[in-house]
Design a protein around this ligand. Structure first.
Ligand SMILES: Nc1nc2c(ncn2[C@@H]2O[C@H](COP(=O)(O)OP(=O)(O)OP(=O)(O)O)[C@@H](O)[C@H]2O)c(=O)[nH]1
Ligand SMILES: [Zn+2]
Length: 367
């Protein structure tokens, strides 16, 4: 479980309907029992766009304003919310967003110079797709490690997607991640007319992506809510557009929001063409780094199920780093209890633990 789940849920408690559907014991029924449930797809200037009745014939987008009772609580793409008032989704109607349902996971971005507040950016993601290019721009292991830490800490399954394998073989990069629990997809462009899929970047540049790689990624995304993260120029929008057919920033009308050019830097939830209901890609133009200040080593360790049991033998409050006296992980691995790759797994784990101190400039091949 992520450390942060409950931070945003206190005010939910009063208004959340009884989960099991049984009658409330007291007369104090939750407010807004009649609220309609929706999934937030985007947030723009105080207007919240939610999809209601996803997958049903009554599926519609409803635009809502936030009820005052929510105070300043952030509402972000991926959130499941309760809506009251006019939820018809007809033009020029405005519903009222009255509650945020419990969040299974939360991704936040760090504070930075232009914005001193750490902000929630995506709720309820099952997966985090970390997109890096094999080259041009050079991949940064520090960035990947930090993203992995953020994912493991939040209880979100990471997927490493390496693009531009046609430019450079990513084997050296991937060796760093061989002993971690993550899925890897390698994407490339191709000149082969038969095995490629045409896609455009946000700037309208064309690329022909290898269809087999796209299919592999698509398979991993099916039925899941996946946040997608990547630095500028790595080919993220080309990939997302190939999967969603979206014309996010090409001046066309967006397939999901029904509006023109999506100008806000808020995250945007998009659907994959013909995917099962419940499949969402949440693009995150706003995230460049994560807040790792409060990462709990136990959450990271939990992602290493072969190492995690050793913690029972650690001293109280052990930080599990190489510098923690009496950390039981070393002996656990030395005794072969974490399998043949135990030592590699332990060093990967400890590298991630140190990721928060790492400066994001370590480029592959330059160390
Ligand atoms: N060689 C090669 N080029 C690619 C590949 N994927 C994308 N590109 C190109 O890389 C450039 C950047 O791609 P974008 O999709 O705009 O990258 P982005 O990560 O969305 O970048 P921003 O839009 O700045 O956030 C474009 O010219 C693409 O056509 C690939 O697999 N191989
Ligand atoms: Zn320990």
């Amino acid at each position: 479980m992520a450390r942060s789940h409950d931070d945003w849920d206190e005010s939910d408690v009063r208004v959340r309907p009884n989960k099991r559907g049984s009658k409330p014991r007291t007369k104090k029924r939750p407010k807004h029992e009649d609220a309609v449930s929706g999934r937030i797809v985007t947030v723009d200037r105080g207007r919240y766009t939610a999809m209601v009745d996803e997958g049903a014939s009554t599926e519609r987008l409803v635009i809502a304003a936030r009820a005052r009772a929510l105070n300043r609580q952030a509402v972000v793409p991926g959130d499941v919310v309760g809506l009251v008032g006019d939820t018809s989704g007809e033009p020029d109607t405005l519903a009222r967003l009255v509650r945020i349902e419990h969040r299974r996971t939360l991704l936040r971005r760090s504070a930075d110079d232009s914005d001193p507040v750490e902000r929630v950016v995506v709720a309820n993601a099952d997966q985090l797709v970390i997109v890096v290019a094999a080259a041009n721009p050079e991949p940064r292991t520090g960035f990947i490690d930090r993203a992995l830490v953020a994912a493991y800490d939040a209880g979100i399954h990471p997927i490493l997607c390496v693009t531009k394998a046609d430019v450079k073989d990513p084997a050296e990069l991937l060796a760093n991640y061989a002993h971690l629990d993550l899925d890897v997809v390698v994407s490339r462009s191709t000149h082969d007319a038969a095995s490629g899929t045409d896609a455009r970047s946000a700037d309208g540049e064309s690329a022909r992506l290898d269809s087999a790689a796209l299919a592999a990624l698509r398979k991993l995304l099916d039925g899941q809510i996946s946040a997608v993260l990547g630095h500028s120029g790595v080919g993220k929008s080309t990939l997302v557009n190939a999967l969603t057919g979206a014309e996010r920033a090409t001046g066309g009308v967006n397939a999901v929001t029904g509006r023109g050019r999506h100008t806000s830097s808020s995250a945007l939830a998009l659907r994959i063409d013909d995917a099962a209901a419940g499949t969402w890609i949440i693009d995150t133009p706003g995230i460049r780094s994560f807040g790792l200040a409060l990462v709990d080593p136990e959450h990271i360790l939990a992602a290493f199920d072969d190492l995690a049991p050793a913690a029972a033998h650690c001293p109280r409050g052990c930080g599990h780093s190489g510098a923690d006296p009496g950390c039981a992980l070393d002996a656990w691995v030395a005794d072969g209890r974490a399998g043949d790759y135990g030592a590699d797994r332990l060093s990967s784990f400890r590298r991630l633990l140190g990721a928060e101190e790492e400066i994001e400039t370590k480029e592959l091949g330059s160390h």
